[in-house]
Design a protein around this ligand. Structure first.
Ligand code: SF4
Length: 294
């Protein structure tokens, strides 16, 4: 089949995930096992690779049963109770909380301490139950209000002060929409755009990338919330966008003669996974697989 392919140069793990995976791999050079509290990355293929090296994923309930061991806290971060549990059970923590998330946790905590005595509310725009959101809500003793759409705004008491933050991987346009809705009902609401700059830049560059290719293969785990957002973004500008986790999921009916295929992914998609898709397409095009991107 006649086609060309290109990997989005800006796709691949974000800094926070790179750092967590590197720390896990470094530890596993000297130990046969490491417990991660929750999936270190929302990507089953990458998780399987790390599992082969000795990474085991535990729930918070499992961690409650552990004593005198080592656990890894992933880039999403954790609420203060997790660190208390680790102290009680004499667990050493390899803390891979992304520095951007750590800073956000501090801001949420400081704002809560300032607003709470005067009846103020901290609102988080994010996905209920997401690990990063749980870590943020934990900074407010569980009192922060999590909103993900207009209907959720009814949980807020607009007669009292409001401060709005965002989960780091949310869609910037959706955040600005929610902020606008809150300001309509409480003009002095404090609005902090805490979406990660890497995510914002990726939104901007992905739009260009998706527009400039005839078909897009978006590579990401089904559980990745950043993956869902970025896949929808690509699809909104290029209807021929398809989401896959690996090359075996590519349906050849998606491709046409002469296509210029763009390969991109979420912040939880490693570069090697994009390269596997690229090599598969090169083989399909009958080209040697050791070529660089076109
Ligand atoms: S998306 Fe940004 S904030 Fe979230 S882990 Fe990656 S670098 Fe950190």
């Amino acid at each position: 089949m006649r086609l060309t392919a290109e990997i989005d140069p800006r796709s691949g793990f974000c800094h926070g995930v790179v750092r967590a995976v590197e720390q896990a791999e470094n530890y596993l050079k000297y130990s046969s096992r490491l417990y991660s509290l929750g999936a270190i990355v929302h990507n089953s293929v990458e998780l399987e690779r790390l599992k082969q090296k000795g990474l085991e994923i535990l729930s918070i309930d499992d961690v409650g049963q552990l004593h005198d061991d080592v656990i890894l806290v992933r880039a999403h971060g954790e609420p203060p109770e997790t660190y208390e549990l680790a102290r009680r059970n004499n667990l050493q923590v390899i803390d891979c909380t992304c520095p951007v998330v750590l800073k956000l946790q501090e801001r949420v905590r400081d704002t809560w301490q300032r607003l709470h005595p005067e009846g103020g509310q901290v609102v988080i725009f994010g996905k209920k139950g997401h690990a990063e959101v749980n870590g943020l809500v934990g900074q407010t003793g569980g009192e922060a209000i999590v909103v993900s759409n207009d209907a959720d705004l009814d949980q807020i008491d607009f007669t009292r002060p409001v401060a709005l933050f965002s989960q780091t991987t949310k869609d910037p346009d959706e955040f600005h929409h929610i902020a606008g809705r809150i300001r309509e009902r409480r003009p002095d609401a404090e609005v902090y755009d805490t979406i990660c700059r890497q995510v914002v830049q990726r939104h901007q560059s992905l739009v260009e990338f998706a527009r400039s290719h005839s078909v897009i293969l978006f590579v990401s785990g089904r559980e990745s919330s950043n993956g869902k957002v970025l896949y929808e973004l690509c699809r909104s500008v290029n209807p021929r966008t398809y989401r896959v986790e690996n090359a075996s999921q590519i349906d050849l009916a998606w491709l046409q003669e002469g296509d210029n295929v763009g390969i991109c992914g979420a912040t939880s998609t490693p570069k090697w996974q994009l390269e596997e898709i690229f090599i598969y397409l090169q083989r399909l095009a009958g080209e040697p697989s050791d070529n660089n991107n076109q």
